[in-house]
Design a protein around this ligand. Structure first.
Ligand SMILES: [Zn+2]
Length: 343
């Protein structure tokens, strides 16, 4: 089968578009005929050797959407031809967190496209427990945006900060995959959204998608002042941050007393000096994100099926052009997700 894999770490030139053996579905597993697979910042880290692969060669691709092609023994209720999207993390099912229904903390979890072969291939072997059905009206390219970016935004806004309809939320880097999902979910919940980005065309796109207010954090580096103006001097209830160091101080300054910040990315750096007295004087709650559960993946798909949640496909590429997609990802001049079509 055709696949994109790495045999050694390095730059985009290390991505190999070639032939790999077609996998077989074992007990409890399904072979998915992949049709759409998205590109993530994590792919660049895996390719460059900054993130674990569990051994090489490794087929990349953390996001997978396609059709059930073959069933391993004991798999119900799926059947061949079902249109599905795949939760990325494979859980063991019998460690203590798994037994407690908290599989986001599974002690032996592995990533498809990380420590296991992923979806940049015509076929991928996945546990049936990781599948969710996609609506008939949703294309595979859009569905491929859901597992990492969509699920991460859901985990942050619904499970972690538990965003409420009457709240104001600041969505950082709204043009990113996670940021664009943050915007759409927050509007689906009914919250008021103030969105930031580093270019005006991305802010216009955010407005089209429902952002109530927008701020360019390149031309307005002290954006907390604008946030205060937009919230009658109070600040926002929630900051959703997938940027990190460069916006940290202004993110904290944008929160009202008692506000919550959830961070899910540090693409602009992770090292900062931090004034601890801020937490004492303005009782804030700072939250990490991290693991994602099968429970929350199913919950997010409910919003896709019945609540109008969509994915934003920024650009599409053929699987053979994965290296080009990695270069576009590094350049950040896109809105939403970069998705690969699988032949
Ligand atoms: Zn486990």
């Amino acid at each position: 089968m055709k696949a994109v894999y790495i045999a050694e770490p390095g730059g985009p030139e290390k991505l190999i578009f070639g032939d790999r053996p077609e996998p077989e579905a074992g007990p409890g597993e399904v072979l998915v005929r992949v049709r759409g697979t998205a590109v993530n910042h994590a792919d660049l880290a895996i390719r460059a050797g900054r993130s674990a692969t569990g051994g090489l060669p490794r087929i990349l691709g953390l996001d997978i959407a396609g059709e059930v092609a073959r069933l391993g023994s004991g798999v119900t209720p799926w059947k061949e031809g079902d249109r599905v999207v795949v939760e990325n993390r494979v859980k063991c099912g019998d460690c203590t967190p798994c037994l407690h229904g908290r599989d986001e903390f599974c002690e032996r979890q592995k990533r498809l496209g990380g420590e296991l072969d992923g979806g940049h291939a015509q076929y991928c072997r996945v546990p049936a427990a990781n599948l969710q059905a996609i609506p008939a009206w949703m294309g595979f390219e859009e569905a491929a945006t859901l597992p990492l970016a969509g699920h991460t935004a859901w985990h942050c806004l619904v499970e972690r900060v538990q965003l409420q309809p009457w709240e104001d939320v600041l969505i950082q880097a709204v043009g990113s995959g996670v940021g664009s999902f943050g915007l759409l979910m927050a509007k689906g919940i009914g919250a008021r959204v103030i969105a930031t980005a580093g270019s005006d065309w991305k802010l216009e796109k955010a407005k089209e998608l429902g952002a109530d207010e927008v701020i360019n954090y390149t031309t307005t580096p002290k954006f907390s002042q604008r946030v205060k103006e937009l919230t009658s001097g109070r600040g926002v209830d929630v900051v959703f941050d997938c940027v990190g160091a460069t916006v940290w101080d202004e993110s904290l300054a944008s929160l009202k007393p008692g506000g919550r910040l959830v961070i899910t990315g540090t693409t602009a750096g992770s090292q900062i000096p931090f004034n601890l007295s801020i937490l004492q004087g303005r009782p804030l709650t700072l939250m990490g994100s991290g693991g994602r559960s099968r429970r929350s993946f199913a919950a997010m798909l409910h919003m896709v099926h019945y609540g109008g949640l969509r994915g934003v496909v920024g650009k599409t590429f053929d699987l053979a052009d994965t290296a080009k997609a990695h270069e576009v990802m590094a350049g950040r001049d896109f809105f939403g997700k970069l998705v690969l079509r699988v032949p």
